[in-house]
Design a protein around this ligand. Structure first.
Ligand code: SAM
Length: 274
């Protein structure tokens, strides 16, 4: 299904207003391929008709389907590995030592997609810090996408998803087979509190965070939106806390209040002490 320039512009504007995501001009093919199934599900035989319906209505579930179809939700267990090694070997032991008297440790996966990232952290906590209870750690995971949050809450993954990044020993220990899929065990599922949060809009109250994973999402925003989001991250991040971004993302040239810190092969960001 092909899309006209005017309809492409409409979709770009819709996606940008709802999510902050900027679709580059050369992404017409992406819009065509991702919206074809939405058009079929809506029983229309062209993207022209789909956009015509969208233009006629106020924001509806069809607009939401379109926006969700345009969001990239690529993720995997223990993605890029190094941040998880740094968490395990350096940050969590240090933070638990410092926080021992203060009680809770707060971790936040912003843009958690279908849940592999927060569940990787939950498994890591259970695996290496077994003395911890759910009352000493709060692990919040958020995303804009209703469908991704539903998948994340369910904690059920197919064979392809489960083999991406998850060592088989951890699969055997923390998942149960369910038909052709794998279900994360209840004790891990319960460690993560999923909430809907649009990073590009105002944020509902969050506890002060010791660790923030904000990975592989800033790349989709323009500079101004990235700076606004980092400004809000600064207010939520504990002065001694750590921010992880995706491999292709950085705070450099966006916000000088953050400084990169290298731990082995992982790079994360801390607030400069004033
Ligand atoms: C590429 S995935 C990254 C998932 C995970 N953080 C990782 O690195 O594997 C990007 C996620 O960002 C979410 N997202 C996009 N725009 C968002 C926004 N404005 N607010 C919150 N989440 C957003 C998408 O729904 C998607 O799940």
């Amino acid at each position: 299904m092909s899309i006209s320039c005017a309809d492409f512009e409409y979709i770009c504007q819709l996606v940008r207003v709802r999510t902050g995501i900027v679709l580059a001009k050369d992404k017409m093919y992406l819009v065509e391929s991702r919206l074809a199934p939405v058009a079929s599900a809506a029983n229309v035989d062209s993207l022209r008709k789909l956009v015509q319906i969208l233009r006629q209505e106020r924001f509806s579930s069809l607009h939401e389907f379109v926006v969700e179809a345009m969001v990239t939700t690529e993720t995997s267990f223990f993605r890029d590995d190094y941040p998880f090694q740094a968490l395990h070997k350096l940050m969590l032991p240090e933070l638990f030592r410092v926080r021992q008297s203060e009680g809770k440790l707060n971790l936040w996966c912003a843009a958690c997609s279908s849940g592999q990232e927060p569940y990787s952290i939950a498994i890591l906590l259970r695996e290496h810090f077994s003395q911890l209870t759910n009352s000493t750690v709060q692990l919040i995971a958020t995303d804009i996408s209703t469908s991704m949050l539903a998948r994340a809450r369910a904690g059920r993954y197919n064979q392809h998803e489960i083999t991406r990044g998850l060592p088989s020993a951890l699969l055997q220990k923390y998942f149960l087979p369910q038909g052709k899929d794998w279900q994360i065990k209840e004790n891990i599922r319960q460690m993560v509190e999923f909430r809907q949060l649009n990073l590009a809009e105002s944020w509902s109250p969050m506890p002060q965070m010791d660790i923030i994973f904000l990975r592989n999402v800033l790349i989709y925003f323009d500079i101004e939106t990235k700076q606004t989001i980092l400004g809000k991250v600064k207010r939520v991040l504990h002065p001694e806390g750590y921010l992880f971004l995706g491999g292709g993302e950085t705070t450099i040239n966006l916000d000088t209040d953050f400084e990169p810190v290298k731990f082995d092969k992982a790079v994360c960001y801390r607030l400069r002490s004033s």
